[in-house]
Ligand binder design. Structure first.
Ligand code: 5GP
Length: 234
């Protein structure tokens, strides 16, 4: 499948047209940004690792009945995907308190939640992806009620599948962010699932094996991404 025009370039990925109007190519970059791109850097090998990790996780989810935009891996950095219209909502699921929730509520990182917490954030960098609820989402016309119900159900399904998968790899799935898109009347899981978009902690040492190593200058960033890939391949 040949790359056509580039139709989007974001912080971590580029998206290209193909000769099939329903399909796109998603290319994973080594570039890393944090705090709304005020912190920038490169994580060597991240693009190919995140492509591979996303492929494994999308295939796992598809095998359990969760429909995604993933079609196939093309090569190291490129993945063939279904063309979707991205819904401008970021869905976050949290199993353990960290990051934004720790700050928002003044709770130390590491508290295991009694049940998973689902958050919606309005996808808007200029506003720093503000936390909103489902009333905002519907009232602002970001999403229809039926779609919201689908997204909520799918997000918890994804959490159950991924939490148990990572548990077997001796990793806690602390939290993660999902994006969904519309494709031919269906709502598909889109974007990527990788250490850029999930918090993953080693179960024995609680060592962070995700993008927080970059965000917080903790070192060993490349090693952490490689370690996640190594564990989930094995
Ligand atoms: P928090 O709201 O605590 O900053 O993030 C919660 C989870 O969602 C983390 O796993 C984080 O990596 C992911 N996440 C939230 N927003 C973004 C975003 O804009 N980009 C990326 N890559 N991940 C995000």
């Amino acid at each position: 499948m040949e790359k056509g025009n580039k139709i989007y370039e974001g912080k971590a990925k580029k998206v290209y047209e193909t000769d099939n109007p329903d399909l796109l190519i998603q290319e994973f970059k080594d570039d890393a940004t944090a705090f709304d791109a005020t912190k920038r850097g490169t994580i060597k090998g991240k693009g190919s690792i995140n492509n591979y990790i996303s492929k494994i996780l999308f295939e796992l989810l598809e095998s359990k009945g969760v429909e995604t935009h993933f079609v196939k891996q093309i090569d190291e950095r490129n993945m063939l995907i279904k063309k979707v219209e991205i819904i401008p909502l970021e869905v976050t699921i949290r199993n353990i308190v960290a990051g934004g929730m720790s700050k928002l509520l003044g709770i130390d990182e590491g508290m295991v939640l009694n049940e998973p917490v689902l958050e919606y954030h309005y996808k808007n960098d200029a506003l720093h992806d503000p936390l909103i609820n489902e009333y905002h989402a519907r009232a602002l016309g970001l999403i229809k009620d039926e779609e919201l119900n689908i997204i909520e159900k799918k997000s918890f399904e994804v959490n159950n599948i991924l939490k148990s998968f990572f548990d077997h790899k001796n990793l806690y799935l602390v939290d993660f962010k999902l994006e969904f898109g519309r494709h031919k009347g269906k709502v598909l899981l889109a974007d990527e699932i990788s250490p850029d978009t999930c918090r993953l902690w080693d179960k024995d040492t609680r060592k962070k094996l995700d993008k927080d190593r970059f965000r917080r200058d903790l070192g060993d960033v490349e090693d952490a991404y490689e370690e996640v890939l190594r564990r989930i391949k094995g």
